[in-house]
Write a protein that binds this ligand. Structure first.
Ligand SMILES: N[C@@H](CCC(=O)N[C@@H](CS)C(=O)NCC(=O)O)C(=O)O
Length: 204
């Protein structure tokens, strides 16, 4: 198998699994976990010296950072990747935006909504996390009020995949006034490849 995707589907590897499913390429999911500290073991550190999931080994080419991996795979297989340099830059913009504006914020909210054991959840921290998260969600809503998808106005691209996949833990969120986010989020996660990735995650 030429493409190895490291990381159990319950990790951020779900983002890359979604991409691989969209591309319809063969891959092997190497189920490195955090539970047994395999992500800090010598074998995995040779793939990703940061000791974080996911990473890939594509025929000897090793890469980490889920969003960068997806940009690489989409460009390599010429699918979900724009043709113009401007749209390519917009895909980078949305991917960096995801890393800085959404990734931590989603996890902070999810921790106190459903991830932490019930007795450790704090309603005050949940509200504070929502207040922070609502700022980028409002920005996203404004963009999606004008177009169906983030970069190519009427077509799903790697930009949508990177943003929506990083929002996995909002899957049960009521987006409230952010109705354009709600519509776009459903459209992204209703894709067959997204459902496959979600199944892999939820059945593992
Ligand atoms: N920015 C990285 C974040 C990777 C990351 O933090 N992954 C988590 C699992 S979802 C991890 O490996 N945590 C273990 C650790 O930080 O030691 C990416 O998007 O790939």
């Amino acid at each position: 198998m030429s493409l190895k995707i490291y990381g159990i589907p319950k990790s951020r590897a779900v983002r890359v699994l979604w991409m691989a499913e969209e591309l319809g390429i063969p891959y092997e999911n190497v189920g490195v976990t955090m539970a047994d500290k395999a992500h800090k073991g010598t074998a995995y550190l040779a793939v990703n010296p940061n000791g974080r999931l996911p990473a890939i080994d594509d025929n000897g080419f090793k890469l980490s950072e889920s969003l960068a991996i997806n940009l690489y795979l989409a460009k390599k297989h010429a699918k979900l990747y724009p043709k113009s340099i401007e749209d390519e830059a917009r895909c980078w913009q949305w991917s960096l935006w995801t890393a800085f504006e959404i990734d931590k914020q989603v996890n902070d909210w999810a921790a106190h909504d459903h991830v932490l054991p019930a007795e450790q959840r704090d309603p005050a921290k949940l509200k504070a996390a929502l207040d922070v998260l609502n700022v980028p969600l409002g920005v996203l809503d404004g963009v999606l009020a004008k177009q169906a998808y983030l970069v190519t106005p009427d077509a799903f691209s790697v930009a949508d995949l990177n943003v929506a996949s990083a929002m996995y833990r909002l899957i049960k969120m009521d987006f409230g006034a952010n109705k354009n986010v709600a519509r776009w989020y459903r459209a992204c996660w209703d894709r067959p490849a997204a459902k496959k990735a979600r199944d892999l995650r939820e059945s593992s």
